[in-house]
Design a protein around this ligand. Structure first.
Ligand code: ADP
Ligand code: MG
Length: 601
């Protein structure tokens, strides 16, 4: 084929691919236009998963009659004049591409009336060509209807997913924008059925309830932080909701982020949210979060991607750490004791069919009541990692004469009953029975102790009595060499001794009784497996390993005093309900549940 300059229309269709990938992207662009126009009410109706028709009507400013035709030209926008405007852009759109792109791959009708004009305009554009334009009496605002999407680009059409998938994506876009704009009323109908509605009350919580359902919302905590830690930067504001650690999902797709009102996909910020749950969630589990991040417009570059889904921060680390801290602060202390009824942890939950209970004329076993362990302890919600005193701590619990206890209690007082299988401690509390995994619980205690000293740069290194030498295969020896500094910050003192050998001079204090060679080998194995580079990941991994090695093992018989001591310490952990790997430390069976199981209820 000889080289030819492409037809304008072909150029438009090619370019459209970047902006209009699927029906949900059309919905997104139209929504953004309505919001930019200052609408307080937006109605969306979609047919056939958006392929047949997407109709959006808003009560925004409308378009002046002389501008209507121009709106469909490429790079025509009312939102920006020079590139300098971009630094302080406050609108969602600015590229002037969306309407032109959409109109090049569909048939569009638009009726609009500007708020300063008496008559409106009606226009029809098919495959980039204006086929009709006339004055029309229409209400203030804009109604746009996009029909037969991709009718002239069969290749695109082929790549569309099932109608149900497209519908789901559209719902997800609309609910996300509704959350970001709680003072705007949204209504979404699909094939004539209302599927989402928000009230426009201005309360984020109202929209989150609508979007996630009340049951899910109950498992969310509020996030709110104005971060001024990075002094040079204008403050970063983070508000929203995040799930409690016992409520998680199998992937990251439930983490929704907005930056200055713009929905963004940013893997680094998503990672910051996941990091905030470090040691609280099991591997492979992810939180649900809806976060609105607000920063000065000059701190963020929104012009990275035609669909404007990615942004770049001037100081990405500052934003990252603000997000992480905001979420961490909100969720720490909210992890709860899993109730055995949940059946999540296997065998213990009753699987008795309801009829058995029925035949005895008893109530069916009650449904899982996740609130129970919290309610009766009566003081977990509201606790913050910062250690700020909770209003509800009962001062009578603080033993006198000991001085003020270092930390508030996060579990009810438990009395040790005994040990099962040299693995689990059976304890009794005001709210029933607790089964505690001794190894997991001790790991949690050691982890928090370690982190306290670590954060204060007070790590205790214990010199080994007789310095021992370890030797590794050369690739592993390099790993040790590369990480000597980190190892030292955690309390290890290793010194190169020949090409692949090291002398172990000190180990972290809590490992004083452990075999240093075994510990160091385990750490080297961990390092070899660690995929994410970076000091923090490596440090974290080493600390987890140290705590695991130092913790009492399953299979170790404990004296009554040892068990009681362990429980006393667990009661004062910030996050006593999970081990640092995110697994539960305890199961709880309430008094009511026991009564029901024994047919006493
Ligand atoms: P951009 O939003 O990047 O400016 P678009 O192609 O999405 O580009 O829209 C082009 C222009 O059309 C906008 O700048 C705006 O002036 C006008 N416009 C589009 N939709 C609406 C609407 N719903 N209400 C008012 N004006 C609109
Ligand atoms: Mg736009």
């Amino acid at each position: 084929m000889p080289i030819q300059v492409l037809h304008d229309h072909t150029v438009a269709q090619i370019a459209a691919g970047e902006v209009v990938e699927r029906p949900a992207s059309v919905v997104k662009e139209l929504l953004e236009n309505a919001l930019d126009a200052g609408a307080t009410s937006v109605q969306i109706s979609v047919e056939g998963g958006g392929r047949k028709r997407i109709r959006l009507s808003d009560n925004g400013s409308g378009i002046a009659s002389e501008d209507v035709g121009l709106a469909f030209s490429r790079h025509a926008t009312s939102k920006l004049h020079t590139i300098d405007d971009l630094a302080s852009i406050a609108t969602l759109g600015f590229r002037g591409e969306a309407l032109a792109s959409i109109a090049s791959v569909s048939q569009v009708s638009l009726a609009t009336r500007h708020r300063n004009e008496d008559t409106g305009t009606q226009i029809r554009v098919e495959g980039s060509v204006i086929v009709q334009q006339q004055p029309a009496g229409t209400p203030e605002g804009t109604v746009i209807s996009v029909e037969n999407l991709f009718y002239n680009t069969p290749a695109r059409l082929k790549f569309l997913k099932k109608e149900s998938t497209e519908k789901r994506r559209i719902l997800s876009i609309v609910t996300r924008y509704a959350m970001a704009y709680p003072d705007v009323r949204f209504l979404l109908e699909q094939d004539g059925r209302e599927v989402f509605r928000s009230s426009g009350s201005g309360q984020l919580a109202d929209v989150v309830v609508k979007a996630l359902g009340l049951d899910n919302f109950r498992n969310m905590v509020e996030v709110e932080l104005t971060d001024t830690e990075h002094g040079k930067l204008d403050p970063v504001n983070v508000v929203g909701y995040a799930s409690t650690p016992d409520f998680s999902r199998a992937d990251r797709s439930h983490i929704t982020l907005f930056v200055n009102g713009r929905h963004v996909q940013d893997s680094k910020l998503t990672y910051a949210v996941v990091q905030a749950y470090h040691t609280l969630l099991m591997k492979g589990r992810y939180p649900i979060a809806i976060l609105m991040i607000d920063i000065a417009p000059g701190e963020v570059d929104v012009n990275v991607h035609p669909a404007k889904a990615e942004v770049r921060f001037r100081d990405a680390n500052a934003v990252f750490s603000a997000v992480q801290r905001a979420v961490r602060q909100a969720v720490v202390g909210f992890s709860r004791t899993p109730d055995v009824r949940s059946g999540r942890f296997g065998g213990f939950a009753t699987t008795q069919p309801a009829t058995t209970w029925g035949s005895h004329g008893l109530r069916e076993p009650a449904q899982l009541d996740m609130e129970l362990p919290l309610e009766d302890a009566g003081r977990y919600p509201g606790q913050r990692e910062t250690g700020e005193a909770r209003d509800s701590v009962d001062p009578s619990e603080i033993p006198e004469g000991l001085g003020a206890p270092q930390k508030p209690r996060t579990l009810p007082m438990l009395r040790v009953v005994g040990q099962v299988g040299a693995m689990y401690i059976v304890a009794e509390g005001p709210a029933g029975m607790y089964l505690i995994d001794q190894h997991a619980a001790h790991e949690r205690i050691l982890y928090e102790q370690f982190m306290d000293t670590f954060d204060n740069q007070n790590v205790i290194a214990q010199h080994t009595l007789a310095a021992q030498t370890v030797e590794f295969p050369s690739s592993e020896a390099r790993l040790v060499e590369d990480n000597l500094g980190i190892l030292q910050s955690v309390g290890f003192d290793l010194e190169s001794f020949g090409p692949n050998a090291f002398v172990v001079r000190a180990v972290p204090g809590m490992l004083a009784d452990a075999d240093p060679l075994e510990v160091v080998s385990a750490i080297v194995d961990d390092l070899a497996q660690e995929k994410s580079p970076g000091r923090e990941a490596i440090e974290g991994k080493i600390i987890l390993r140290v705590c695991r090695q130092a913790a009492v093992k399953a299979g170790q018989v404990l004296s009554h005093d040892e068990m009681q001591g362990l429980i006393r310490q667990l009661e004062r952990c910030r996050s006593p309900h999970t081990c640092p790997h995110g697994r539960p430390t305890m199961l709880h069976i309430s008094g009511d549940q026991l009564a029901r199981e024994f047919g006493r209820a």
